[in-house]
Design a protein around this ligand. Structure first.
Ligand code: SF4
Ligand code: SF4
Length: 200
């Protein structure tokens, strides 16, 4: 006869003893196991007051990065949305106006940029697809919400703060090759907005 698992159990029809009938020894055994757990190290933590450490390359909620001058790096090329297998990203592009060079790094920028965190599967493909190093996943978690609409993150939640001390460090997510590439002066990708030249 074909046996699929070795978990087969023969059911016993043996009559129960007196101690089995009153259940007391079994109850006491169960209680002793429960009580012994009271003195063991807890496996749970008091989230969200307490958090477990996460890897610097953890794939959590996204950040839209600014460059060294504080201008938004995203140029609304749409490659992240195209790469997204969950179709979680939508955006509306706009053209940068003269005088806005300090706000947007490229001639085109994302006027609206939204990620639906309920659709997102945190695969990181948007990060891989971005040619401008504008979008990165981070070790931060997506907050719990009461309403589905609140899981649609717009630029207000995605773009990192302009203050340098509040920026989100993603250097550990960048490969050594990318970090070296960013050091090469003269490449269009590395050119920064020069306030003096623009204001002339
Ligand atoms: S992490 Fe993956 S699923 Fe989430 S927005 Fe990026 S590409 Fe889409
Ligand atoms: S985040 Fe990157 S890939 Fe997505 S639209 Fe902006 S520049 Fe393009």
């Amino acid at each position: 006869m074909l046996t699929l698992t070795n978990r087969k159990k023969i059911v016993s029809n043996k009559e129960q003893s007196f101690s089995e009938k009153i259940y007391l020894p079994a109850v006491l055994k169960g209680m002793s196991i429960t009580i012994s757990h009271l003195f063991r190290k807890k496996a749970t933590i008091q989230y969200p007051e307490e958090e477990r450490p996460r890897s610097p390359v953890y794939r959590g909620r996204h950040v839209l990065k600014r460059d060294e001058n504080g201008a938004e790096r995203c140029t609304a090329c749409g490659l992240c949305a195209l790469a997204c297998p969950a179709e979680a990203i939508t955006m509306v592009a706009a053209e940068r106006k003269p005088g806005e060079e300090h706000l947007y790094r490229e001639e085109k920028y994302a006027k609206v940029y939204e990620i639906n965190m309920l659709r997102c599967i945190f695969c990181g493909l948007c990060e891989d697809a971005c040619p401008k190093e504008a979008i990165f996943l981070t070790d931060r978690l997506v907050d719990a919400e009461f309403w589905r609409d609140d899981f649609i993150y717009g630029k207000d939640k995605l773009v990192e703060p302009i203050e340098k001390d509040k920026r989100i460090d993603i250097s550990k997510r960048q490969t050594a090759a990318v970090l070296e590439f960013k050091k090469i002066p003269g490449l269009r990708h590395n050119v920064l907005y020069d306030k003096k030249k623009i204001d002339k």
